[in-house]
Ligand binder design. Structure first.
Ligand code: NAI
Ligand code: HPV
Length: 528
């Protein structure tokens, strides 16, 4: 029975989708060690930000195929360890954009009008109108750091509120900034000139403590800071000091370097204008339904053998691409598997050459499929589309891509793989014929025309009378049935390649006898 484990609160609509295809177990708030001890039973794991999916947990799994993050940030998942283990990681990049952007705007308004503290005061029976005079957002300058989905929506709403919006994002073009009505600025100017600064970027080693004491000192004393993105982007000790010393006028923080917020956090000792919420950015009914359905559908599809829409760790393999390239991917994988058996030994380099119609397709998926095939004899079930590039890299196999725009020999173009390694260079070329059938069209530059079959024998021999007959009778007398035979040669009576499709694997003893046949220089059994 396929089993899915859920370790954070997930909307029921998502659970219903998973229940169609799997047994769904809930262990909300489970400890790391308990999770590591039970993960071996599960095919899929569904989480939000509350679960840390560490390398240890991933390596304790044995049949885990997919980790679904019902939300955006995957910084609580060791994606590298998942990739190495061949576990797909998916998220919901857009499901909670509006929720997080609206929480940011709410924080900005709450800060400006002292809403939380005015509420507490009023509930205590006080009537402190003078104490809680605020500021308008209208005509104030907002600096948005990170102009992705949430940053862009915040900018849109802020523009509608009459704010002047500037932004910093090294990966956003001037055209895109114009489109979302944001004036690009450098980071220093943004902090120095803004009345409000809001963060909307991921936590990475580069962005950690992006807002430190130097940055806070550079801000206006009237400025207010909002972080509804990730904990760790702000040095919390420095922020507490900056607020206590009135270096800035206020802050609203939804996310923390350690969650739940620890009782010894310096932020809990701040007595100035500080609003804290417990990571509520994505906590709307709408967003929770969106992300749960989005991620549960992907988990369901992957468990059914289909592809995921928004995988974090297989770039370039969107479902559309996978669908349109199905036969091409199958060809690339088959050729990778074939060439690994022809080359033997350690491979240092794989050259992937696309010709004719193949040039029109994105090459990355074809390279990944070739690598998957190439490594599957060595790594068995462990290799998949997720980890193929990483595994090749860690084995020192470099990949060179080559596009040949010249008129193709075959109408549908061709794919050629060449390996360079301990046993010299080997190449295989293949194509897809009009009937959709895969064909191997050359082996080691010898032209052939072979449909790949489960068992094959590829020999090298001198082109002379009698060899083919000898080989045929040897196989026949050992009860190995030949389904088809192809000989490829470049010149008459020179070196030739013979490709036999056979119904059964070749026994090792028979292989030794074949190699002893006069004129046969090499014989490679192939299983596809
Ligand atoms: N508080 C909450 O509950 C929620 C928090 N988030 C967090 O909000 C953040 C933004 O999410 P999205 O907008 O959906 O992501 P996104 O991927 O659409 O946008 C992130 C942007 O940050 C930019 N960026 C990366 N490094 C940068 C740097 N050094 N300086 C400036 N910009 C940089 C990227 O170019 C990108 O445009 C993420 O960290 C996400 O995890 C998302 C949803 C809810
Ligand atoms: O989507 C994100 O990145 C979030 O931070 C939302 O976190 P949550 O799913 O509410 O634990």
């Amino acid at each position: 029975m396929t089993k899915v484990l859920i370790t954070d609160p997930i909307d029921q609509k998502g659970i219903d989708i998973l229940s169609q295809v799997a047994q769904v177990d809930h262990k909300i708030g489970i400890s790391d060690s308990e999770l590591a001890s039970i993960i071996g039973d599960y095919d899929a794991l569904m989480i939000r930000s509350g679960t840390q999916v560490t390398e240890e947990i991933i390596n304790s799994s044995s049949k885990l195929r997919i980790i679904g993050r019902a939300g955006v940030g995957v910084d609580n998942v060791d994606v590298k360890a998942a990739t190495q283990k061949g576990v797909l990681v998916v998220n919901s990049p857009g499901g909670n954009t509006i929720a997080a952007a609206e929480h940011t705007i709410a924080m900005m308004l709450a800060l400006s009008r002292h809403i939380p503290i005015a509420n507490s005061s009023t509930l205590l029976g006080k009537w402190e109108r003078k104490k809680f005079v605020g500021n308008e957002l209208y005509k104030k300058k907002l600096g948005v750091v990170g102009l992705g989905k949430i940053g862009a929506h915040v900018a849109k709403v802020a523009n509608a509120l009459g704010m002047e919006v500037c932004g910093y994002d090294p990966f956003v073009s001037t055209e895109r900034a114009q489109q979302i009505q944001v004036k690009l600025s450098d980071l220093e100017d943004l902090f120095q000139q803004s009345d409000y600064v809001t963060l909307h970027l991921p936590r990475t080693p580069e962005t950690e403590n992006l807002v430190n004491m130097d940055v806070l000192k550079n801000m206006k004393s009237s400025a207010k800071l909002i972080n509804c993105a990730r904990g760790g982007l702000i040095d919390e000790e420095a922020l507490a000091q900056a607020l206590n010393q009135s270096l800035i006028a206020g802050a609203a923080i939804d996310v923390f370097s350690k969650e739940p917020l620890e009782s010894n956090s310096p932020l809990l000792k701040v007595e100035k204008n500080l609003i804290l919420t417990p990571h509520l950015g994505a906590s709307t009914r709408e967003a929770q339904e969106n992300v749960a359905v989005d991620v549960a559908e992907q988990i369901r599809d992957v468990l059914l053998g289909l592809s995921a829409r928004t995988a974090v760790n297989i770039p370039g393999l969107s479902p559309d691409i996978m669908d349109s390239l199905k036969p091409h991917l199958q060809l690339a994988e088959t050729m990778g598997l074939l060439i690994s058996q022809l080359s033997g030994g350690q491979i240092q380099k794989l050259e992937v050459k696309l010709q004719g119609e193949f040039v029109q397709h994105p090459s990355q998926p074809l390279i990944i499929a070739s690598l998957k095939g190439l490594l599957s004899k060595a790594l068995g079930d462990r290799i998949n589309y997720v980890n193929a590039s990483l595994e090749a890299d860690s084995r020192g196999i470099s990949v060179v891509e080559n596009k040949d725009e010249a008129r193709p020999e075959f109408a549908s173009g061709s794919l050629q793989l060449t390996t360079y390694g301990d046993n010299g260079d080997h190449s295989v070329a293949g194509s897809i014929f009009a009937d959709g059938e895969l064909r191997i069209i050359s082996i080691d530059q010898y032209p052939v025309n072979v449909s790949p079959s489960r068992y094959m024998l590829v020999t090298r021999h001198r082109d002379m009378p009698g060899i083919i007959g000898k080989l045929g009778s040897l196989l026949g007398s050992n009860n190995v049935n030949i389904a088809s035979m192809q000989v490829g040669r470049k010149i008459v009576r020179g070196e030739a390649v013979m490709v036999l499709s056979i119904d059964d694997p070749i026994p090792n003893k028979l292989l030794d006898t074949i190699i002893e046949v006069d004129g046969i220089t090499n014989a490679n059994p192939v299983t596809l």
